[in-house]
Write a protein that binds this ligand. Structure first.
Ligand SMILES: Cc1cc2nc3c(=O)[nH]c(=O)nc-3n(C[C@H](O)[C@H](O)[C@H](O)COP(=O)(O)OP(=O)(O)OC[C@H]3O[C@@H](n4cnc5c(N)ncnc54)[C@H](O)[C@@H]3O)c2cc1C
Ligand code: FES
Ligand code: FES
Length: 468
């Protein structure tokens, strides 16, 4: 079989001759749905944004905006896609389209369908108060000519959906669930297993297979570096990777949940993660990117490791032989190398409870939002009677692997938490890791940022908040 069925703008379609690396964007445009544009093909511009109908926790449907350039078409068997064309048409504009036109939010129009889609996703967000619009919902959309002011005006002028709005009503019905998929094509095989056991058997039989979760990393490899996989196994829909469980001594987060889902389901109960989410890429990317994928890249500048190291997280690895749990602190063994063995996948991440009472995440990048870190630091601190009971500091961007700042932690532990101690420890932190000069930052800048970060944490987080 090399075809898949999906629904686009309410119409069932059969995609023929599907290849494992065909993107949703390219296929939609081949179908004549040229509203979604290719600006960058790497998730940076949002010109390709579309809506995907996804299940909510209570059995309804959420309309999530995603980058069609990073979604692989075979991953969409049985799924439902809405493009800007499906939202409204000339003569019957969607409220979002009408506001953009009325307020001068579109000039050349290249970016406009992408903005329409991201705005529509926020417009239909179930828990959005009608009079509020989270402008960060548009953080993954770039416009080169209009300027953002009229676009923002359009977004802020939106009320809530009308009673008879078909998309609002769609939210009340069930969304499609991930469908088993097996494609055998001249360009490779694509599988979407529906159980973990099936996925692990496939992985055991194809140890070199590429695991696919949100595709925000692999999609860039496919589009920009023309990477190809003989066998691709989609794991983001596996129920066993989509749980979020509170236990007495830990919270376990499934590796296949996307970051927006984790953010919603944790609802602020892990403050360090809550602080981190908005600084990770854009809403479009967070609607797809998973924790499993972030750790799966083993990138030294990935953002989750510094946060998870500070939280003392453990990685749950699954294979046909069963499960094992390893501390994240020992997980990275070299540049993009980890303890994960052939045939294993990351099933979940476990964060021990109770959480340290004070925590902070610092991402030093060229832009405040939607940028890759030059340096990232996660800090979790426990004080008792004004003395440091324990502290964990996770670092990214200062070595070939993410790492714990062990010398700094040791210098702080047991010491009074005051400016003098912190200044001394910050100098030690400056020397941790082996930062390099590269196009993002110099080694000296990275070292200086480490020092500043601990000072910032002390003054911002503890000066007022902690009773010592
Ligand atoms: C525009 C843009 C902005 C970005 N911004 C950031 C950022 O701010 N911070 C940051 O850290 N990253 C960023 N990224 C990188 C990327 O989004 C993250 O690494 C993301 O978490 C990857 O998750 P995914 O589910 O999309 O992974 P995928 O692309 O599906 O997979 C990535 C890798 O992980 C492997 N993998 C996936 N799931 C598993 C699993 N369960 N077990 C084992 N291996 C697995 C895959 O085989 C693949 O090698 C950005 C990417 C883009 C395109
Ligand atoms: S084409 Fe730029 S984000 Fe997809
Ligand atoms: S209207 Fe031209 S790029 Fe936005």
């Amino acid at each position: 079989m090399d075809s898949i069925s999906l629904t686009v703008n309410g119409v069932p379609r059969e995609a023929q001759d599907v290849r494992p690396h065909t993107t949703l964007l390219n296929w939609l445009r081949d179908q004549g749905l040229t509203g979604c544009k290719e600006g960058c093909a790497e998730g940076e511009c949002g010109a390709c944004a579309v809506l995907l109908a996804r299940p909510t926790e209570d059995g309804g449907t959420r309309l999530d905006s995603v980058n069609a350039c990073l979604v692989l078409l075979p991953a969409l068997e049985g799924q439902e896609v809405v493009t800007a064309e499906g939202l409204g048409a000339p003569g019957a504009l969607h409220p979002v389209q009408r506001e953009l036109a009325y307020r001068g939010g579109s000039q050349c129009g290249y970016c406009t369908p992408g903005f329409v889609v991201s705005m529509a996703a926020e417009y239909y967000r179930e828990d959005r108060p009608a009079e509020e619009f989270d402008i960060h919902a548009l953080s993954g959309n770039l416009c080169r000519c209009t300027g953002y002011r009229p676009i923002q005006d359009a977004a802020l002028a939106l009320g809530g959906p009308a009673e008879e709005d078909a998309f609002a009503a769609r939210r009340e019905q069930a969304a499609p669930i991930p469908q088993a998929t097996r494609l055998h094509t001249p360009d490779g095989e694509f599988y979407r297993p529906t159980t973990l056991a099936e996925a692990l058997d496939l992985l055991a039989a194809n140890p070199a297979a590429r695991l696919l979760a949100g595709g925000t990393d692999w999609g860039v490899e496919v589009n920009i570096r023309h990477a190809r996989a003989g066998v691709t196994i989609a794991v983001d829909g596996l129920p066993e990777l989509r749980t979020l469980t509170w236990n007495p001594d830990s919270v376990e987060i499934g590796a296949g949940l996307n970051l927006s889902e984790i953010e919603r389901r944790l609802a602020g109960q892990v403050p360090l993660l809550e602080e981190w989410f908005p600084l990770f890429a854009s809403r479009l990317i967070r609607n797809s990117a998973t924790l499993g994928g972030n750790l799966g890249t083993a990138s030294p500048i990935g953002d989750s490791p510094p946060v998870l190291l500070a939280l003392d997280a453990r990685v749950v690895l699954a294979s046909t032989g069963g499960e094992r749990e390893v501390p994240l602190a020992g997980y990275f063994t070299g540049y993009r190398q980890t303890l994960r063995r052939q045939g294993e996948l990351i099933r979940a991440v476990r964060i021990p409870l109770p959480l340290a009472p004070v925590s902070g995440f610092y991402k030093i990048a060229k832009r405040r939002f939607d940028d890759i870190s030059s340096v990232a630091v996660g800090i979790a601190l426990d004080l008792g009677g004004g003395v440091v009971r324990s502290v964990r500091i996770g670092l990214g961007g200062v070595a070939a692997t993410p790492l714990r700042a062990l010398a700094t932690e040791e210098a702080l532990t047991g010491q009074p938490w005051n400016e003098r101690t912190v200044r001394e420890a910050a100098r030690i932190l400056r020397g941790e890791g082996t930062p390099l000069d590269d196009h993002r930052a110099s080694a000296a800048y990275r070292a200086a940022m480490l020092e500043q970060t601990l000072l910032k944490f002390y003054f911002e987080k503890t000066a007022q908040e902690v009773t010592v």
